[in-house]
Design a protein around this ligand. Structure first.
Ligand SMILES: [Zn+2]
Length: 267
């Protein structure tokens, strides 16, 4: 862990975020990676639309399913997408070979719900994120599932954190939500408060990331910028200044809990 205190890192980040000249120098040392990639993420927009229309969010051919250790349940239930038929011809003008579309054919695929076998992504979770013991001490279950449209979420009702990635920074963000809820009570859906919550939790996440040796500074700046309605130094910096005190409380609670767990183990 870094020797800097959380408060020192908060100040350092705010100092950067407030300074327009430093924004271009912001960097991340880790990128978010989804637990497993769906072949459909590379498809054309129209085929992804077709798949969604057929109520599927992960459709693959049977061989593709076999490669990840799953088998098709019902062969008659297919999700259909369209592929162009491509032919190589010689360009009459230049003499160069080129590809032309001569028509379309439909391809029958199978939705993930229509398959059984190995859990997806299981093999890719190499290690649990740091501070996971804090979530456990608070009675929060952490499980992995790829959810379309978000990297992870915290469900206060189910008392669980769901992660679509094994990256520690996503876990840190959700853990900050839990800590924040412990301090301020149930989280709000009112837009302004919601934006502030997200700023608190993402700034907490950026500090924790630095304490564990990675940087998610640029991502954090852009993320808070999204909620501050503009990712300019002026808006983001001001938003961070407003929430700095709460961020400090959130971090203290998380780190204190970790220390208590360590002491408990030692005694
Ligand atoms: Zn959030």
């Amino acid at each position: 862990m870094a020797k800097q205190s959380p408060q020192a890192i908060i100040s350092e980040l705010i100092e950067i975020f407030c300074n327009p000249e430093k924004i271009d120098l912001l960097e991340d040392t880790v990128a978010k990676t989804v637990l497993y990639t769906r072949p459909s993420s590379k498809w054309s927009w129209s085929n992804r639309f077709l798949m969604a229309m057929q109520k599927s969010d992960d459709a693959r051919g049977h061989r593709q399913w076999q490669e990840v250790g799953r088998n098709v349940l019902d062969w008659t239930k297919q999700v259909t997408i369209i592929a162009p038929l491509i032919k190589k011809v010689e360009d009459k003008k230049t003499g160069e070979p080129k590809e032309i579309v001569t028509g379309f054919r439909s391809i029958g695929l199978y939705d993930i719900k229509n398959t059984y076998g190995k859990e997806l992504g299981d093999t890719e979770i190499k290690q649990q994120p740091p501070l996971i013991e804090v979530a456990k001490a608070w009675g929060i279950n952490v499980r992995y599932e790829v959810v379309s449209g978000c990297w992870g979420y915290y469900s206060p009702d189910k008392k669980e954190i769901v992660l679509g990635t094994s990256d520690q920074q996503t876990f840190f963000h959700e853990l900050a939500h839990v800590a924040h809820e412990k301090i301020d009570g149930k989280l709000s859906h009112e837009p302004e408060k919601y934006a502030q919550q997200e700023a608190i939790d993402q700034l907490s996440c950026a500090v924790l990331a630095r304490m564990y040796g990675v940087k998610v500074d640029k991502y954090t700046f852009d993320y808070i910028g999204m909620y501050a309605k503009k990712n300019t130094a002026d808006k983001v910096g001001r938003m961070c200044l407003r929430v700095a005190d709460k961020v400090s409380q959130v971090l203290d609670l998380i780190l204190q809990t970790k220390t208590e767990i360590i002491l408990e183990v030692e005694n």
